[in-house]
Design a protein. Structure first.
Ligand code: NAI
Length: 720
């Protein structure tokens, strides 16, 4: 046996310890599944064996789940739903044989058990979990469902009502919660779990699952009309409604598995689960989510784009210039990561106000039991508010987050440069000004870089790292180390107006402004964007960004030589109506497309109907949805063409984590690849004919379509 050890002790207890060679954790490779099947037969046939314990020889982890490599190669093969269903039937067969082999089987989870790992445990008659370990079925998070019996055994074990939230959210359970819910029957120290499992086998073993006993009824799911079952499903439907509306097929498939499966016996239920699993794994959503959110995001977090040959570094002291919304947020995230922060603003008082932002966040965390008084004090003590540049002495990195104004930025850069040492890196958090032009104001342009955070900084996981023309590889490497120190996800892009994310995001909310100008109902515009999967509608986004700020940005770009296209002229017109005529600049000014009452929720401004009269004919939601997705994907393709984005993985991660492009697509370039570049180009041409030049695909993109050149390579190469 290569993947597990099998021993039988003097008391007749067979111990199966998973130990996948060359991997830090066990995953359910085809070989491991085969060998498990083999040893189950061996134990079943051995009269000396009284009971079986499953455990892991890897410290801290039982089984982490499915084998991603195996899945990826299935995705690359383009497997059919029937083949996907067959994949799930293999594990079903093994676990079904295990639970009906006549010998009691106990699972000693010495560490985490996720996905397929927990499903193996659910196929045992008794489960012990190590304190501090977690269990869960997180498949929904990558567009799949637990296809190893999880949707059938969990509801049968703990009831429909309790299992649905776990299956639909993918939430992980700590040991105490798992015990309370009945997912496990005992909790002990990691070193004792095998002994506890043996004790059960020797004292009170049972070799039959509850669901194989006569007259078994699924708790809370006894029949289609049982009122408590109805209630659970209604709650489950509510949970999935928001998600499925946004194009995720997995939650609805999970609900169907539980609803249909628990009305039948376990074998029929498992067949239903396989059918739905096959459909999901053969579809594009699971493939795209797995690639972007699992494989590529993990690689980005491990700094896949970090230049080799530069020693790993850590920032001990960080300078933040500007204690406004962004500066205060960066100071919070850095201090939370244990970094000393000098937070500088024009006056001591404004700097102190910036620090208060962290105090407020920490107060909230304290009231929710997420931090302790001691930790709160320690983190706040790491933030030093100041108005004196001399305090920046000794900073390894300074991030500038003052007003979006070249002159102001140049001045703070000059003053900081006088204090900073020769090794210090200077970064700008500008959201749109080209980095190479800002770098000219720093004494060492090679040590100047863009570190573009997103608002609110404490919640948003992305940092867009922008290379100026002269930024050195060492500066990039050290900046990426800093992003990792903050536990955020970096993408690396080249310089240009709006870099990558700002440039693409602008096309989204500008498309909303154009729709408004066309006479489309504001509520329809907002809802269509949300139904496409964007977290916030374009008019609400416009209010957040501030329309005065947008106008200034556009004027700056035009002054820098950007062409005034017909659609940009229309966008400017809409912004002027709001800023200059209606005097509603957006949220910061207290009024924009929305009203922001002191009490209650924001509401679309009633005056919009007068400024932007409704067209007699309103479009279908689908037409608007298509425009929102297409314009952003097309702008991404242009950013690739312009050399701003070099890596399809970065483009997808940035679009999802930075601007909220719908998760179900896997990102802007996955959206194009999934449609097929040729179909995407045809879609753009159709939209260009209807709505204007901004949708016209370039010759470069048309050539790509002709040679069927996808943006993403096959996944196999990524899943190293
Ligand atoms: P803000 O207006 O909230 O804060 C700017 C801060 O800089 C203010 O506290 C101001 O007193 C301070 N400041 C201005 N001149 C100064 C000087 N000479 N010396 C010291 N401090 C000075 O602006 P916000 O939103 O925090 O934006 C800051 C930067 O971050 C801008 O470049 C912006 O484009 C960028 N950014 C903004 C995002 C957003 O969502 N608001 C997102 C990403 C980047």
């Amino acid at each position: 046996m290569n993947t597990l050890q099998y021993t039988v002790d003097a008391e007749g207890i067979a111990l199966i310890a998973f130990d996948l060679p060359g991997r830090p954790m066990n995953v359910l490779t085809p070989q491991l599944q085969n060998e498990l099947a083999e040893v189950i037969e061996k134990a079943a046939a051995d009269a000396a064996v009284k009971g079986i314990v499953l455990t892991s020889a890897k410290p801290g982890a039982f089984i982490a789940g499915a084998d991603i490599k195996d899945m990826v190669s299935a995705f690359d093969r383009g497997l059919s739903a029937a083949e996907g269903a067959a994949m799930s039937r293999v594990l079903h067969g093994i676990l079904r044989r295990m639970e009906t082999c006549g010998k009691p089987v106990a699972c000693a989870m010495n560490g985490l058990a996720l996905g397929g790992g927990l499903e193996v445990a659910l196929g045992c008659h008794y489960r012990v979990l190590a304190e501090g370990a977690e269990v869960g079925l997180p498949e929904v998070g990558i567009g799949l469902l637990p296809g190893g019996g999880g949707t059938q055994r969990l509801p049968r074990l703990i009831g429909v009502e309790k299992s649905l939230p776990l299956l639909l959210t993918g939430q992980k359970l700590k040991a105490a919660e798992a015990l309370k819910l009945g997912v496990v029957q005992a909790v002990g120290k990691a070193e004792d779990v095998v002994a506890l499992a043996r004790e059960w086998l020797l004292k009170s073993p049972k070799a039959v699952q509850p669901w194989d006993e006569k007259h078994y009824r699924v708790p809370g799911g006894a029949g289609p009309l049982a009122p408590h079952a109805q209630r659970s499903f209604m709650a489950g439907t509510a949970l999935t409604a928001a998600n499925t509306q946004r194009n995720f097929p997995a939650p609805l498939a999970i609900l169907s598995c539980v609803y249909e499966g628990t009305q039948l016996n376990i074998d029929a239920g498992l067949r239903i689960e396989s059918k739905y699993f096959g459909q999901l794994i053969a579809g594009p959503v699971a493939r795209n989510m797995m690639r972007t959110l699992f494989i590529n995001k993990n690689a980005a977090d491990k700094l896949a784009r970090r230049p080799a040959g530069v020693a790993r570094s850590k920032v001990g002291k960080l300078g933040v210039l500007g204690a406004g919304m962004m500066g205060a947020g960066i100071a919070y995230s850095a201090s939370a990561a244990g970094i000393e922060v000098v937070l500088l603003d024009s006056t001591q008082e404004m700097a102190e106000q910036g620090k208060q932002y962290s105090a407020r966040l920490l107060d909230k965390a304290l009231s929710r039991g997420k931090t302790t008084e001691q930790k709160r004090e320690a983190q706040l003590a790491r933030i030093k508010p100041t108005a004196r540049y001399a305090d920046l002495a000794g900073c390894e990195l300074v991030i500038e987050a003052v007003f979006e104004n070249r002159a102001v930025k140049a001045e703070v850069t000059r003053q900081a440069a006088e204090v900073l040492g020769p090794d210090a890196i200077f970064a700008s958090n500008t959201s749109s000004l080209p980095i190479s032009s800002l770098a000219k104001t720093y004494k060492l342009p090679a040590q100047f870089i863009g570190l573009h955070f997103f608002s609110p900084v404490d919640k948003m996981p992305l940092v867009e790292v922008i290379m100026g023309e002269k930024t050195s590889e060492a500066t990039l490497a050290r900046s990426l180390d800093f992003v990792a120190q903050l536990r955020k996800t970096p993408i690396v892009v080249n310089d240009g107006p709006g870099f990558y994310t700002t440039r693409v995001f602008a096309t989204f909310f500008q498309e909303g402004l154009l729709m408004l100008e066309e006479g489309i109902a504001p509520a329809l515009i907002e809802n269509a964007a949300k139904m496409a999967g964007m977290p916030v509608g374009p008019l609400a986004v416009s209010d957040e960004v501030s329309m005065a700020f947008q106008l200034k940005g556009i004027e700056q770009n035009l002054a820098d030589g950007q062409k005034l296209t017909p659609h940009l002229a229309r966008v400017i017109q809409v912004l002027r109506v709001m800023v200059e005529d209606a005097r509603r600049i957006g949220r910061r000014g207290g009024a924009g497309f929305y009203d922001y009452p002191a009490q209650g929720k924001k509401q679309l401004w009633a005056g919009l109907a007068e400024r932007f009269p409704l067209a007699a004919q309103q479009p279908e939601v689908e037409a608007l949805r298509e425009r929102f997705l297409t314009i952003q994907a097309l702008e991404t393709a242009r950013a690739v063409e312009d050399g701003i984005v070099q890596d399809a993985a970065d483009a997808d991660i940035g679009s999802i984590l930075g601007i909220g492009f719908p998760v179900w697509t896997g990102g802007t370039l996955s959206y194009i690849d999934t449609l097929g570049v040729d179909r995407f180009v045809a879609q753009c041409e159709r939209l260009a004919a209807a709505y204007g030049e901004r949708f016209a695909p370039s010759a470069w993109l048309r050539a790509r379509a002709q040679s069927a050149q996808r943006f993403h390579p096959p996944m196999a190469g990524l899943a190293a």
